[in-house]
Design a protein around this ligand. Structure first.
Ligand SMILES: Cc1cc2nc3c(=O)[nH]c(=O)nc-3n(C[C@H](O)[C@H](O)[C@H](O)COP(=O)(O)OP(=O)(O)OC[C@H]3O[C@@H](n4cnc5c(N)ncnc54)[C@H](O)[C@@H]3O)c2cc1C
Length: 449
């Protein structure tokens, strides 16, 4: 019997999609780099079916690409030629929200936004939040250890997890659905799988930690004249604004490009940096904080969003959809010590423009979390490719001790560069873990390591 026949017999007809039964959505994540159509798609409805599917795939030595919401930006969910796809899209639903312990149990295929809404319905707050919230799934968020806009206050996805259920490559179910904040009984196994991008196991369920809602949030936009002042503003805001919920910096080229395209104007003149801050501090505290920053010359101008619409307008510049239309746009997601980001941006821009004088190069990101994104758009000459841009961005980064992935993961796209951010000993240990948990190498081959 073929693998397809065995899977169909074990899981039922509706669990398998073949031929024209599935569209291009399963070919590429949001990086747009996937090219190979998978052989077929398996869509388990519960943990037991995931276990059965993997046990059979392992028996046949069939390679499996794990797919969540397909919003990843590192090519991690893109099938390679010959792979079959295991999609979590039918394994969805909020199992419960436990108000007493401030936790929720969810299935891996549940969209992030559904989880946020279920927590809010019970008067609680799920702190994980990303622009892709409507499409990305909790399983994908945990597999990538997603960051997002609330990391500065609540930490990354990893910090929101108390329990996890995972199926190993051979079908073994590891159910660690812990609901306690404290549990030091042996190794914290869930951490192995969070951020492993589907290479060590398939996440099927999770217990997430919830918080009291932060209360009314005020959005501010500050104009700043230098990167050194951006860093000082961050420190002042962490001290003076009680709860700082977001700190997002945009370099002038990024801010002006998007604001102009969106026909939005906030200040009378252009400034080298624009920073979005969000806080739950009261109106008086915010007014006096901004007043003091203006008096000290730390900020050149400031605006407090007076409505949800104005707050949305400010965030729409940060989300930067217009810039996506630049030709051959490449997006990078790097991290380096906060104090060095300004200098890195200058050196990197100079190096890129030395090669492509007309290139668009701009920077923005979660600077409060030591994370900056880089947009590069250029035309390539004969014999040139995107790898020439990668080489420049990452070699400059290496000289500053930065990481090639802050939050999007390594996936397939950054795999050739992982050695720039990890030592030979770290890579060897990663390979040992992979070998121990997936000896036949069936899970997400060609990804991460
Ligand atoms: C508009 C937009 C904004 C974004 N903003 C952010 C941001 O602020 N911060 C950030 O970190 N990312 C951001 N992203 C990237 C992306 O949304 C995240 O990486 C997200 O966590 C991916 O979730 P997903 O369900 O779409 O996973 P997919 O793209 O389907 O998969 C991502 C990786 O996880 C693996 N995987 C998926 N599900 C499972 C599972 N159940 N078990 C094991 N492995 C699995 C896949 O094999 C793949 O390697 C953004 C993307 C977009 C399009």
């Amino acid at each position: 019997m073929t693998l397809v026949d065995r899977l169909r017999a074990a899981l039922g007809e509706g669990s398998l999609l073949e031929g024209s039964a599935f569209g291009p959505r399963h070919v590429s994540d949001m990086s747009g780099t996937g090219k190979a159509r998978p052989q077929f798609i398996v869509r388990p409805r519960n943990t037991s079916e995931v276990s059965t599917a993997l046990r059979l795939c392992n028996e046949y030595g069939a390679t499996v690409t794990v797919q969540g919401g397909m919003t990843g930006l590192a090519g991690g969910a893109n099938p390679q030629p010959g792979d079959l796809v295991l999609s979590l899209e039918l394994l969805r639903g909020v199992e419960n929200v436990d108000v007493a312990s401030a936790t929720m149990a969810v299935s891996a295929g549940t969209p992030l936004e559904t989880c946020q809404a279920a927590a809010a319905e019970k008067g609680l707050f799920l702190a994980l939040d990303l622009g892709s919230r409507g499409s990305c799934q909790i399983g994908g968020n945990l597999a990538t250890n997603a960051g997002g806009i609330r990391v500065i206050r609540y930490g990354m996805a990893r910090e929101q997890v108390l329990g996890l259920e995972v199926v190993l490559a051979d079908g073994t179910i590891i159910s660690s659905m812990n609901r306690m904040l404290k549990n030091n009984a042996g190794y914290d196994l869930k951490q192995l799988f969070i951020g492993s991008e589907g290479t060590l196991g398939v996440i099927t369920r999770a217990v997430l930690r919830l918080h009291p809602p932060p209360g009314p949030i005020t959005t501010m936009l500050c104009a700043v004249s230098s990167y050194a002042k951006v860093v000082t503003l961050l420190r002042h805001a962490q001290e003076g604004l009680v709860t700082l919920l977001a700190f997002e910096a945009m370099w002038a080229d990024y801010f002006n490009f998007n604001a102009n395209a969106l026909k939005l104007g906030f200040f009378a003149e252009s400034h080298p940096f624009n920073v979005i801050l969000e806080s739950t501090a009261n109106a008086d505290t915010i007014e006096s904080f901004l007043g003091q920053c203006l008096d000290e010359g730390l900020i050149a101008d400031a605006l407090i969003a007076r409505s949800q619409t104005q707050a949305r307008e400010i965030w729409s510049v940060r989300e930067g959809y217009p810039i996506e239309n630049l030709p051959n746009l490449l997006n990078f997601d790097v991290s380096l010590p906060i104090g060095l980001i300004g200098e890195y941006a200058e050196v990197c821009t100079t190096a890129l423009r030395a090669r492509w004088p007309e290139a668009h190069v701009s920077f923005y990101g979660h600077v409060g979390d030591s994370n900056v994104h880089i947009c590069v758009s250029t035309f390539f000459g004969a014999g040139e490719s995107i790898h020439d841009v990668d080489d420049i961005v990452y070699s400059v980064l290496g000289s500053y001790g930065g990481s090639i992935s802050a939050e999007h993961g390594i996936g397939a796209l950054k795999r050739p560069y992982l050695h720039l951010s990890r030592s030979a000993e770290e890579l060897a240990l990663m390979r040992s873990l992979k070998q121990a948990l997936d000896p036949r190498g069936i899970l997400n081959p060609g990804k991460v390591i």
